[in-house]
Design a protein around this ligand. Structure first.
Ligand code: T3D
Length: 262
């Protein structure tokens, strides 16, 4: 049987493909565990400096596999699957110390939409759409949807998307600031791969620290955020990539970043 998560290693970066195309790459427990194992490896691999997440077939991800016996039963406790799988996944994507690009190749529904929105940079195929499908089946958004959406698109749009479950086209998602960019379907993977490969040659520590600063900004006051920036900049200023970046600038040559912390 084909693995439900395809892991393709490139020079300095890893491509993860959700691979249950006949179920629009919806998640069952086994797929969650495979993704978690792949992320374990990526986190521990200094040679991997960027990640690309995409889906196989015509969909990106339709969220939870609604036929998965692990989440069904007479008296389901959906908090279990959230605690075991979705919440750790979203926390890991946000905390990953390397950029994660998401190439949304088709429909992203339910948790699938919110997993995409938890990535650092989202490119979407022109034919893709984003659906907060939860209330259609009597659930509330999870995987950070109630947190991420209002921050990305504003309260009015977030509330309407959540309560109506209406699909948002990739073009509207870009226009509303929900995602970074729409790309023609045929060009999506080429463009997403080029971006991820470029990130893999850049100052990885600075990316990690910038992500940490952005996370801090969610709850910090301006004053606390200024202090956090100072502290993280102190760390950035001691990385070899800072020395190299400045030297390359002075010498008017391209920088050769290693991504190393020391
Ligand atoms: O445990 C918990 O439940 C808690 C966690 C919740 C997190 C969540 O994500 S809840 C939200 C779950 N997702 C959904 O409700 C979305 C369900 N899917 C859809 O609404 C539609 O499939 C789409 C709008 C995403 C796409 O529609 P369309 O017409 O392009 O495709 P389709 O024909 O509906 O789907 C194609 C196949 O994929 C189909 O199988 P078939 O008939 O060809 O054998 C369909 O059943 C299957 N599929 C799509 N989504 C899911 C799914 N199978 C299982 N689970 C799915 N989520």
């Amino acid at each position: 049987m084909e693995p439900t998560i395809l892991v393709t290693r490139h020079e300095g970066w890893v491509e993860l493909t959700l691979n249950r195309p006949d179920r629009l790459n919806s998640f069952d427990g086994a797929m969650h565990r495979r993704l978690a194992a792949a992320l374990d490896e990526i986190e521990g691999d200094e040679g991997c400096r960027a990640v690309l997440l995409t889906g196989a077939g015509r969909g990106f991800c339709a969220g939870q596999d609604l036929s998965d016996p692990e989440t069904g039963g007479d008296d389901p406790d959906l908090s279990r699957v959230i605690d075991t799988h979705y919440n750790p996944l979203i926390r890991r994507l946000r905390a990953l110390k390397k950029p994660i690009v998401c190439a949304v190749n088709g429909v992203a529904a339910g948790a699938g939409a919110n997993i995409a929105l938890a990535c650092d940079i989202v490119l979407a195929a022109r034919s893709a759409k984003f659906i907060q499908a939860f209330t259609k089946i009597g659930l509330i958004p999870d995987s950070g949807g109630t947190f991420t959406l209002p921050r990305l698109v504003g309260e009015a749009r977030a509330r309407a998307l959540i309560l109506t479950g209406e699909p948002v086209t990739a073009e509207t998602a870009e226009a509303w600031g929900m995602i970074w960019k729409v790309v023609d379907d045929a060009a999506l993977l080429t463009e997403a791969r080029a971006l991820t490969a470029r990130f893999a040659t850049q100052p990885t520590q600075a990316f990690a620290l910038a992500k940490a600063a952005l996370e801090g900004s969610v709850t910090n006051s301006l004053s606390a955020q200024l202090d956090l920036e100072r502290d993280l900049q102190r760390i950035a200023g001691r990385t070899p990539d800072y020395a190299e970046g400045v030297a390359a600038f002075i010498e008017k040559r391209p920088a050769r970043f290693t991504g190393r912390s020391s």
